[in-house]
Design a protein around this ligand. Structure first.
Ligand code: AMP
Length: 505
């Protein structure tokens, strides 16, 4: 039997008249229309020369057609290669040159520039796809009424290539298979109890795994409705809540919603689930949210290469500061970063995972792929963490953010948690900076509550006696806001760069 995720999703949409996607301008796309459009779009892909196994690159604005495109690629047996809309033409050159897509789709305003670039790279087809039904590709879709059958796919055939954000070195294309996506969507629908009665507020970008696969595949597999919002806007999310049942967001969604005066128990009464992921949710945010709404945010953990790995329970304790338990079918262990020796419960090391969720490898990078898998097939996530006595997984930071000061390991999260708990502090980021004596010295970058007077001396003094000397920041800097990317991840590399000379004589 074909393992094509397109057919799995379509088979589950048992009510064709149900709204699959609703847009801010009042458009409602039923499941019948969604799959019919995906069929016509698959036809247009084939007409443009896309063959099974080919890549289709897309740097397009968020709209229901971005989802139709994903379905059309699956249907045609092609791998979708979604690209962050923030990438410049120079960056695009790397991705297109590396992936050699059979077709590139871009925003209508960029058509000429992307065509010129592609021509230079010797790539064949470039068309445009706008967010209002405009663009040369959608004009082709409008001309066809044919809906070709789904191309059969094996479980490990490629469904998508997602380039990792890669703060160091070149970005790598994570090859995701039909099985990776299907198994993860199945696990999450059942774990988070999604049904056709759900209405999901979708305010995430659709070029990243969170919005493209976690949110969308879960909603489509359940036959639920998505309220599509072009980007996160606290007013728009609040306005949708009385009709919605679920929100999937990054932590910044929740901190921004907490600043909204309309956020009350009554305003969230119709909602049954708030999910957070892609970056650590502060325990304080979890608690404030519970106080204001009486909902416990469900935090989960995953990455582009592995899809979702762990989740707090639907029923049972959702513990702030933890990412919960491994999903059914996913094996997780903690190991020594260097030798790979598996560590005991409670010990901090690198998190490794294995299961149907784990990607096939990095596109055209066999050495990088081999370096990130253990011989027994476990993928080395690069996240440092531990499993507590109750089995909850805790993340303490990225391995590359681990600070080694005077030979001692400092886990940034431990120091950040102490600082974050201080009166007058909104949040903090702890980084290691080159230090003449210690190799690396601990430095903290802190965001103060507006009007708060807490200063470097007060923070350092408060940490005396709470943390071992080697963990205490030797410098504290204050900023208005921490640098974050679109997924809410603090850009520690940017902080290390900004303060790199701080300990130099
Ligand atoms: P991405 O591939 O862009 O989804 O980034 C994956 C990385 O985000 C993971 O390796 C983690 O470092 C981080 N991440 C995702 N979810 C969480 C979470 N709930 N808590 C802490 N870090 C997270």
């Amino acid at each position: 039997m074909s393992a094509n995720i397109h057919d799995l999703l379509r088979a589950r949409a048992t009510n064709p008249d149900k709204t699959a996607i609703e847009t801010p301008d009042g458009q409602r796309i039923t499941y019948r229309e969604l799959y019919a459009r995906a069929g016509r779009m698959a036809r247009a892909l084939v007409d443009l020369g896309v063959e099974p196994g080919d890549r289709v690159a897309a740097q397009i604005d968020k709209s229901p057609d971005a989802i139709v495109l994903a379905l059309a690629c699956f249907r045609a047996g092609a791998a979708l290669l979604p690209l962050n809309t923030a990438y410049t033409l120079t960056e695009l050159e790397y991705f297109l040159g590396d992936a050699e897509p059979a077709l590139t789709l871009c925003r209508p305003g960029q058509l000429e520039a992307v065509r010129a670039l592609s021509e230079r790279l010797g790539l064949r087809a470039v068309e445009s796809l706008g967010d209002r039904g405009d663009g040369t590709f959608l004009a082709r879709v409008a001309q066809t009424s044919e809906e070709p059958p789904t191309v059969p796919r094996a479980r490990d055939d490629l469904a998508a290539i997602l380039y990792t954000s890669g703060t160091t070195g070149r970005s790598k294309g994570a090859m995701l298979t039909h099985e990776n996506l299907s198994s993860n969507a199945e696990a999450l629908v059942s774990l988070w109890r999604f049904t056709a009665d759900d209405v999901l507020i979708h305010a995430l970008p659709v070029y990243h795994t969170h919005g493209l696969f976690v949110a969308t595949n879960v909603a489509l597999l359940a036959g639920a409705t998505m309220i599509f919002q072009p980007k996160f806007d606290a007013d728009a999310v609040m306005a949708a809540m009385p009709r919605a049942t679920a929100l999937m967001g990054v932590p910044t969604f929740y901190t921004r919603l907490l600043e909204h005066p309309g956020l009350t128990r009554a305003a969230t009464q119709h909602m049954r689930l708030f999910v957070s992921g892609s970056a650590p949710l502060l325990a304080e945010t979890h608690e404030l949210w519970r106080e204001r709404t009486s909902h416990a945010i469900l935090e989960r953990y995953g990455m582009t290469e592995t899809n979702m790995i762990t989740s707090n329970p639907y029923e049972g304790d959702r513990i702030a500061g933890t990412v919960g338990f491994p999903l059914p079918g996913v094996s997780l262990r903690v190991a020594e970063p260097e030798g790979g020796r598996v560590l005991a419960q409670g010990e901090v090391g690198v998190i490794e995972v294995k299961g149907p969720n784990v990607f096939k490898g990095y596109w055209r990078m066999p050495e990088k792929t081999a370096a990130e898998f253990r011989p027994d097939g476990f993928f080395i996530t690069g996240d440092l963490g531990m499993v507590d006595a109750r089995g909850y997984v805790h993340i303490v930071g990225r391995a590359k953010d681990l600070i080694i000061s005077g030979g001692f390991n400092v886990y940034p999260k431990e120091v950040e948690s102490e600082i974050d708990a201080m009166e007058g502090v909104v949040e903090s980021a702890v980084v290691g900076l080159a230090h003449p004596d210690f190799g690396e010295g601990v430095a903290a970058v802190v965001v103060r509550v507006p009007g708060a007077s807490i200063d470097e001396f007060a923070i350092r003094e408060a940490l005396e006696g709470r943390l071992a000397k080697f963990k205490q920041p030797k410098r504290v800097f204050f900023v208005e806001a921490l640098p974050r990317n679109a997924m809410g991840k603090v850009q520690k590399a940017a902080l290390r760069e900004a303060y790199k000379g701080a300990f130099q004589p």
